[in-house]
Every structure is written in structure tokens, then in C-alpha cells.
Design a protein around this ligand. Structure first.
Ligand SMILES: [Zn+2]
Length: 272
């Protein structure tokens, strides 16, 4: 599933394609897969994109009159930029034709994603972020975790909870914990302020590095030009169970923590 770096990379590659460009047509192939009525989505025709923003795993395309389209990529979804005459691939549900001659195809084979259309950016924020999502992981500060440490338990569960930190998933949580030498089932309340600060620094470091490399492609993820992300070669633990730890040489172990397959090093990720 795309996490923050993949979604941010999609946003960055979408922006130059969309910014200040007018939508000249919308074709909705599967109205039942779009989370907003088709008639509303067609209102985009004639409007120009003013900005493309992101919070967590949501992309916000903000139009010149403040109408806002929210895109969620779900498990295997994607937005792809193609030329004028290129036909849609299977599982393309909506086609946006742009005045520049390009098209933007929204695909979602497993249908966990969606498109939502709002009359204003504020309404989009209220509908998708307020009361649902915590701070964006790139803006995470130690105080966000310290405030949370008293109420809920373990580290991996805390970092995966989107209402605490928005944008992290299984890959980047496991990588951040390894880099911080922290056990996934570590009780958050037993960490020192220094350890929490170090963890937050490492989360930012890993996310920024992955964004620079275009994200992680394990199976499906592609950016708007259908290119793979290059961060997979740099993964220290995710997908490496049984292989030697790159720091201490111990065999990496896999178990289930917070309902997710978790890979960690029993040699150097300790509980405190
Ligand atoms: Zn190790």
C-alpha cells in the first residue's frame, strides 16, 4: 500500500502536469467506484488547478475557485499521466482530459481508494482530515508522541494509528524502529524524551530519503509516469525476515505486532 513517501512523490510528479492547467473533460467509466456523485465530478470541467497538496496519504487538488478533489490511492490505486490518444488500461475508473492535451487516468484495481469532490478546500479538510487524521508524519514532533504515551500502549501500534500520525504504514514504521534500535512492542511510556526525539528524527530521515528516491515499489506502486520507486533496495528490515541484520549480523525475525507482519532484529532492537 502506498505510504507517505509514495503519495508525496505522486503529488510532486502530478503538480507540474496539473498546475494552472484546465480540465477539459471528465469521463467516468465506473461511477459506482467513485465516492462522489458523477454529476459533481463533472463540475470540474472548465476549472483550473491552483495547487496540489497532501496530508497523510490524501492528495488534495485545489481548483481556482477553491473546489477541491481529494484522491486516495488505497491499496493498489494510482493516477497516471498519459498522452491524448492513449486508451485506458484495465481498472481505470475515471479519465480527466486536460487542456494541455494530456490525460490523467485514475486506476484502482482493488477499489480501496477513492475520489471525493468538495465545494471548498475547507470542506475537504473537514471531510477527510479533521477528527480522523493526526499530524502529518513529516510534521511529527516529539510532543505528539509524548502526549499519546500515557493513553495507549506500544510503539508500533502508536505509529500505525492514523489518528495519531498520518501517513506511516508497515514499511516505514518497521524501518524507523530498526534505525532507532527500538523494539516494535516497546511501551511508549517507558521511552526517554531523548529516545522519542531520536525516533522522530529517524522517521523524518527515512521518509525524506524515500521521497527523494521516488518511494518503495514492492509490487504495484508506480508514479504518474509509471516508474517504480527506488527505495526498496535500501530497506533494512521490511521483506528481509531471516536475513542478517545489516548492523549486528543477527538473523532478522518476523512476527505479528499490532495486527501486521513485523520484521525486526532481535540482536539490536531492544525493549527498555
Ligand atoms: Zn541487529
Amino acid at each position: 500500500m502506498p505510504e507517505l513517501p509514495e503519495v508525496e512523490h505522486v503529488r510532486r510528479t502530478m503538480r507540474p502536469v496539473l498546475k494552472d492547467v484546465r480540465v477539459s473533460g471528465v469521463t467516468i467509466i465506473r461511477p459506482d467506484y467513485v465516492r462522489t456523485p458523477a454529476a459533481e465530478l463533472r463540475q470540474l470541467v472548465g476549472r483550473r488547478v491552483r495547487a496540489v497538496r497532501r496530508h497523510g496519504k490524501n492528495i488534495f487538488c485545489i481548483f481556482d475557485d477553491d473546489h477541491t478533489l481529494v484522491i486516495h490511492l488505497g491499496m493498489t490505486g494510482g493516477v497516471f499521466c498519459v498522452g491524448r490518444d492513449q486508451p485506458p488500461r484495465a481498472h481505470t475508473h475515471v479519465i480527466f482530459r486536460l487542456a494541455s492535451g494530456r490525460q490523467l487516468h485514475w486506476r484502482d484495481p482493488r477499489r480501496f481508494g477513492g475520489l471525493w469532490f468538495y465545494p471548498t478546500f475547507q470542506a475537504a479538510w473537514r471531510g477527510q482530515v479533521e477528527g480522523k487524521l493526526g499530524v502529518d508524519a513529516l510534521c511529527l514532533a516529539p510532543r505528539h508522541l509524548e502526549a499519546w504515551a500515557k493513553s495507549r500502549g506500544r510503539l508500533k501500534a502508536a505509529l500505525l494509528a492514523q489518528d495519531v500520525v498520518a501517513g506511516l504504514g508497515n514499511i516505514y514504521v518497521d524501518e524507523s524502529l530498526w534505525l532507532s534500535r527500538l523494539h516494535p512492542r516497546q511501551m511508549l511510556c517507558r521511552l526517554s524524551q531523548r529516545q522519542i526525539a531520536g525516533l522522530v528524527r529517524n522517521i523524518h530521515r527515512i521518509l525524506r530519503r524515500s521521497i527523494r528516491l521516488g518511494g518503495t515499489t514492492v509490487r504495484d506502486y508506480r508514479n504518474v509516469w509509471r516508474r517504480r520507486g527506488r527505495f526498496a533496495a535500501h530497506l533494512a528490515v521490511y521483506g528481509r525476515a531471516g536475513k542478517p541484520c545489516r548492523r549486528c549480523g543477527a538473523a532478522l525475525r518476523s512476527d505479528r505486532t499490532a495486527g501486521r507482519t513485523t520484521v525486526f532484529c532481535p540482536g539490536c532492537q531492544l525493549r527498555h
